[in-house]
Unconditional design. Structure first.
Length: 223
């Protein structure tokens, strides 16, 4: 490799389910929009469609079923060994529904991203769409953030805002939010791959500029 050649970012994606965000990344790589290599997809649940999507794209997969481990620490240790064997520069949580130990988050600090279906810091945790409707919110959305020890609490990178419409139920709202997920996750990963996005002193910076607490905000122009 010559000194001017840039190494492609190696990405490991962690999933627990359908993998529609994973698919958006696979598609981005295929079209050349996303300058990364997805070197492995790891699931903590067997038989999820995300594993099929990875296999269809020719990406190596691993299954690490959390039910086979005595405790969270033992699972996270094995997960770290499995991830690190692929020597990734970035870990992407794409619908990975596990609470992570502080040791795990510390090990990947500044090089692990998550996507959460709410306008963080609102609605951390589960059932975010129903909770946004119940709270009478007029706007809802999705956040990509760096992962820290605090659940859904790391510095925000990018948020997409969608309207909550009068006849919405959780399913309709989830679909509207997910369309934006598939836009902003590839975008954030592209920024990271280009070296434009960094976590510095616990804060997210884009091109050397501190991002606002909500991250870079995008208002979706489709209802
Ligand atoms: C996505 O909507 C993502 O935002 C959410 O899980 C879904 C996974 O969908 N993540 C969380 O709730 C994390 N707290 P996918 O498997 O189709 O990408």
């Amino acid at each position: 490799m010559s000194t001017t050649e840039v190494k492609t970012l190696r990405v490991v994606v962690l999933i627990s389910g359908s993998g529609s965000n994973l698919q958006a990344l696979i598609d981005g790589v295929a079209t050349g929009d996303l300058p990364v290599e997805i070197v492995a997809v790891i699931s903590n649940r067997p038989d999820v469609f995300g594993l099929t999507r990875a296999a269809n794209a020719g990406i190596p997969t691993a299954l690490l079923d959390h039910k086979g481990f005595a405790n969270r620490e033992a699972f996270d240790q094995e997960l770290m060994s499995t991830i690190d064997a692929y020597d990734p520069g970035l870990i992407v949580l794409a619908g990975f529904m596990r609470i992570l130990t502080a040791e795990f988050t510390q090990h990947y600090l500044g090089r692990m991203l998550n996507i959460h279906p709410s306008l963080l810091p609102k609605f951390q945790g589960l059932h975010t769409h129903q909770r946004a409707i119940d709270a009478g919110e007029s706007q809802h959305g999705v956040t990509v953030h760096f992962v820290t020890a605090e659940l859904d609490g790391g510095p925000a990178i990018v948020q997409a805002v969608v309207p909550v419409l009068p006849n919405d139920d959780a399913g309709l709202l989830a679909k509207r939010v997910q369309r934006q997920e598939h836009v902003i996750y590839p975008l954030a990963i592209k920024w990271f791959a280009q070296g434009d996005l960094k976590m510095v002193d616990g804060k997210a910076e884009l091109k050397g500029e501190l991002l606002p607490a909500c991250g870079y905000q995008i208002k979706a122009n489709e209802p």
